[in-house]
Design a protein around this ligand. Structure first.
Ligand SMILES: NC(=O)c1ccc[n+]([C@@H]2O[C@H](COP(=O)([O-])OP(=O)(O)OC[C@H]3O[C@@H](n4cnc5c(N)ncnc54)[C@H](O)[C@@H]3O)[C@@H](O)[C@H]2O)c1
Length: 383
């Protein structure tokens, strides 16, 4: 179960972190087996983590390997997760908390990473931002328009920065493919055809993933990665959506009320349309399944998952060159978070990008629930 989950949720979205180990020497981190520069800043940033389950453990490894960062505080309501995380960073001697509010009050902190279930994101994000700390929060920004607005508002007046957990923005092939499209080299993007069809199932040891009231449904919890990419390519969120979805095959575990398949059309305005489908009912060995995002532009189509360009004039397909240095998407996203703090720079996965991604997902969910076309204008008016 977990392995299948890893394929769909981790291997596809961010390849393993590798074996680089960081050792604290005085206040300077020195890396082993790492291709990044050996000159690293003196440890100048202190980071706390809230929620150290599956994703939180990956993020903890990335924070632990980020140059010049110490992990000074950890929080989880599950004592086993808390102890396992503490063991990973024992050189930093982090303070352990079961109540996230106490972690926010802790003085030895500059930044916080949140990787808790989705229904807690908005409440925790607002508290961290209002506490004057920098924040990296896992996607999605929130589950409802009201919650997302609260995070956006808190981030806009906060002392610290907000970075969302849409790490695909930071790595090859997505970043380099999208940069090529945005350069105009292959003409304007007109239409995106995309899907994510997963084999196996979500991990059954995480009940919250199966309940709409805790995860916002699969369209919000998962597809927000794709919506974020569509928004980036097409220059903002969709203006209307129309979709159909159902729960037709997967009914376990008990209490499961999320969709196991849906199809969605997104209208981003004149000459900008998206056709997307997503399911948890795929069968193994189907050649076309898994993830795919084809962006049809005026001069060529770009397969952004495989960084391939297919010219419309029947010219030879070619590969998009990977950026230097290449690396794991999660590590690159976390490293850039701390760089943005130091350089007082706005993150690429900004709070506005997170808001727009969540709005696209919530719009799609609303249209599926209502069985009609829903416009962004009415969603924002009602929300
Ligand atoms: N960016 C990605 O590629 C990616 C991949 C997987 C998951 N995620 C996101 O990461 C988040 C966590 O997902 P996960 O798979 O790690 O879930 P998980 O259930 O494995 O981990 C959640 C952790 O939060 C803890 N927790 C719950 N309530 C808490 C509270 N009140 N205070 C402190 N800790 C609390 C749990 O004990 C658990 O350790 C979700 O938002 C999910 O969407 C992102």
């Amino acid at each position: 179960m977990r392995q299948k989950d890893d394929f769909s949720r981790r291997q596809v979205l961010g390849k393993g972190l590798g074996a680089a180990s960081a050792v604290l020497l005085g206040a300077v981190r020195v890396r082993a087996q790492d291709t990044r520069p050996t000159t690293v800043p003196v440890a100048d940033l202190r980071c706390g983590m809230i929620g150290i389950g599956g994703r939180g453990s990956d993020l903890l490894s990335a924070v632990n390997q980020s140059p010049g960062v110490r992990v000074t505080a950890l929080c989880d309501i599950n004592p086993k997760h808390l102890q396992a995380a503490a063991e990973k960073v024992k050189d930093d001697r982090p303070r352990l908390f079961e109540d996230y509010r106490k972690l926010i009050e802790f003085k030895d902190l500059d930044a916080v990473v949140i990787a808790t279930p989705v229904y807690l994101h908005a409440e925790m994000s607002v508290a961290v931002l209002n506490g004057g700390l920098h924040l990296y929060c896992e996607k999605p920004l929130g589950m409802t328009v009201k919650d997302c607005r609260a995070v956006l508002k808190a981030a806009q007046s906060a002392k610290g920065i907000y970075q969302g957990g849409t790490q695909l923005r930071y790595a090859h092939p997505w970043q380099s493919s999208i940069k090529l499209i945005l350069s105009g080299e292959v003409g304007r993007p007109i239409f995106i055809r995309a899907h994510r069809h997963n084999v196996g199932d979500l991990p059954h040891d995480r009940q919250w993933l199966f309940e709409k009231r805790h995860c916002g449904d699969t369209i919000v919890e998962q597809a927000v990665h794709e919506f974020d990419l569509f928004n980036w390519i097409l220059g903002g969120p969709p203006v209307r959506a129309s979709g159909f979805g159902q729960q037709s095959l997967r009914f376990e575990p008990k209490g499961r009320d999320i969709m196991d398949n849906y199809a969605l059309s997104l209208d981003y305005g004149k000459d900008k349309k998206v056709s997307y489908s997503h399911s948890w009912i795929s069968a193994p060995k189907i050649p076309m399944d898994g993830r795919q995002e084809i962006v049809y532009c005026e001069e060529a189509a770009v397969d952004i998952e495989n960084a391939m360009v297919y010219p419309r004039n029947f010219g030879e397909p070619y590969k998009v060159a990977p950026p230097e240095p290449a690396g794991d998407s999660t590590q690159l996203a976390i490293d850039d978070f701390f760089r943005c703090i130091r350089e007082k720079r706005k993150p690429l996965a900004s709070v506005q990008a997170g808001f727009d991604g969540a709005m696209a997902a919530i719009l799609g969910r609303q249209s599926i629930e209502d069985g009609r076309v829903v416009t962004m204008e009415e969603l924002l008016k009602e929300g």
